[in-house]
Design a protein around this ligand. Structure first.
Ligand code: BG6
Length: 524
């Protein structure tokens, strides 16, 4: 592993030294990780493989324990088999053999319901056994709530009632989104957590923030002097942000039937991307200074009234269709979804940010399931060059655009016009592209690994703060409410398409169109 302060020559050997400080030389303090929902699907897919990878990469001290807490009856030995199965199914790095024996010794299990006080007493005793006080004389305990949102209040109350946050313990809590169902319930949940934990101990996970390409938005904007001066209403015509998925609701019909696209990905992932693209530079790269700027810009997003919502927002729900040549069900035919469900699986909108930088620059947002392809990208469209110097063909000139490919392709590309070879005066769009995989052929940590590591390090930069969560709800609550008032005509897009016709129309009426994630250079 690279050590703190390691100097690395850049690939071209240009004499610049990169200082890989911060994360690279980090070892955790001794800790105990308590996973509520320890035998659940999320733990199996995400948490266990993340702990394993961090351990393999040498980030964890030898003195750590993972305690699964859940309803299924299991012995410690049974839990270790469950952990091994999870790794064999979901970890990219091989497990088993001697190494596995060493790793598995860190795991144990408590079988109890979340409202069962006896289970928390057992947990208190277990923590005493497995977790030696650290240098501060206190034990670091991380409570990971890998449970449905409804279970959080009872777990938090029991943590408090069973001395699991007493003065001998240094607690942290990790919670997955959604944080509430709306602004009011997010506030209630927050009060409840804050009665037990301090804000600096609360790690609200939005896994988009842990993606390398999403983290890079800050770096790209603030580490280059050539783009930031152009990053405002004077040079940018509009911004497009897409979070498109090819998958449907998979085995989460019941969850999605309650949640819908707005609560599932718009209030969190999509809004976080807007914040990163639109925020002002922070005074320093510190968690709260960055989060302050994000909250400021979210508060500047214009809250839509009913008329705006009717004209500037589009909802949709997928019907049966085809994905990759295979017939797939419509949303209403998915397991645990009502045959007449009106829950949207698609969202598009035109947003305005009412601040100095962005006045008059529309942000077009789009998210949905069962779309043509998986595509998360940000496209910044610059204004047309001012003069038409190239005769009639200049009508065809494509304004500059900058694409930040978040996934599945990870790249940054700048589209610009050059002269097409020949005697004509023909501007022709070409791209300059940077690909992550080519530039950095190294294995990277997944978003969940990174976020777990940051929680262990106590770095809150990549976690949502309560004021940001509430500001995001303020943006989407009126949309959810308005859509509940008027029944939709669903389903309105076939699986495998780019969503309902209204989404195309939203841009077409302004002479614009959505990116489809394909190359911007077209043959003449
Ligand atoms: C989750 C949503 O937060 O994000 C899922 O609950 C969605 O519905 C997923 O599929 C998308 O994440 P990613 O990393 O695959 O884009």
């Amino acid at each position: 592993m690279l050590m703190q302060g390691t100097k690395v020559n850049p690939p071209e050997g240009e004499g610049v030294q990169l200082c890989l400080n911060d994360t690279l030389e980090f070892k955790t303090e001794p800790f105990a990780l308590v996973i509520f929902g320890g035998a659940g699907d999320y733990t199996r897919r995400m948490i266990v493989p993340s702990v394993y990878r961090l351990w393999q990469d040498g980030f964890l001290v030898s003195d750590f324990s993972v305690i699964g807490f859940g309803l299924p009856a299991m012995s410690d030995e049974g839990y270790r088999s469950y952990v091994l199965d999870s790794l064999q199914e979901f970890s990219e790095t091989p497990s088993g053999g001697e190494k596995w024996d060493e790793f598995s010794r860190h795991f144990s299990y408590i079988s109890a319901g979340f409202e069962n006080g006896e289970g928390y007493e057992t947990l208190y005793r277990r923590l005493g056994e497995v977790c030696a006080p650290g240098g501060s004389g206190r034990r670091e305990v991380i409570f990971y709530l890998a449970v449905p949102p409804g279970a959080a209040p009872v777990i938090i109350a029991n943590i408090a009632n069973h001395r699991l946050c007493d003065e001998s313990i240094e607690p942290k809590i990790i919670m997955e989104k959604p944080f509430g169902r709306d602004k009011a319930s997010a506030g209630v949940l927050n009060d409840l957590i804050l009665a037990v934990f301090r804000e600096s101990q609360i790690f609200r996970v939005d896994h988009y923030l842990g993606k390398e390409t999403v983290q890079n938005i800050r770096f790209f904007r603030f580490a280059n002097s050539i783009f930031e001066p152009l990053w405002d209403r004077k040079y940018i015509d509009h911004v497009e942000i897409t979070v498109a998925e090819r998958i449907g609701v998979e085995n989460r019909g019941a969850f999605y039937e309650e949640t819908g696209v707005v609560r599932d990905v718009v209030q969190n992932h999509l809004v976080q991307l807007v914040a990163l693209v639109a925020m002002e530079p922070p005074v320093r790269f510190e968690a709260d200074l960055i989060r302050d700027e994000k909250v400021k810009v979210l508060r500047a997003i214009r809250i839509m009234g009913k008329d705006d919502i009717d004209h500037l927002c589009v909802r949709g729900q997928y019907g049966p269709g085809e994905i990759g040549g295979v017939a797939v069900k419509g949303f209403r035919q998915e397991d645990q979804v009502a045959p007449g469900s009106n829950m949207p699986t698609f969202f598009a909108a035109k947003l305005h940010i009412d601040n100095w930088r962005w006045d008059g620059v529309p942000f077009f947002l789009r998210a949905g399931k069962r779309l043509d392809r998986r595509l998360t990208e940000i496209v910044v469209h610059f204004r047309q060059a001012p003069l038409k110097l190239f005769g009639r063909s200049c009508e065809k000139m494509k304004p500059n655009s900058l694409r930040l490919g978040v996934q599945p392709q990870e790249f940054i590309s700048l589209c610009m016009s050059v002269k097409y070879p020949g005697i004509g005066n023909t501007p022709y769009p070409v791209t300059m592209e940077f690909q992550y995989d080519n530039a950095f052929p190294v294995k990277r940590h997944s978003a969940h690994e990174r976020l777990l590591l940051d929680c262990l390090r106590g770095d809150l930069t990549l976690f949502a703060r309560q004021d940001g969560v509430e500001a995001a709800w303020s943006i989407v609550d009126p949309i959810i409410e308005r859509w509940q008032e008027i029944p939709p005509d669903f389903p309105d897009y076939p699986a495998g398409s780019w969503g309902p016709p209204g989404a195309e129309e939203l841009l077409r009426r302004e002479g614009r169109s959505w990116s489809t994630g394909t190359t911007t250079t077209v043959p003449l």
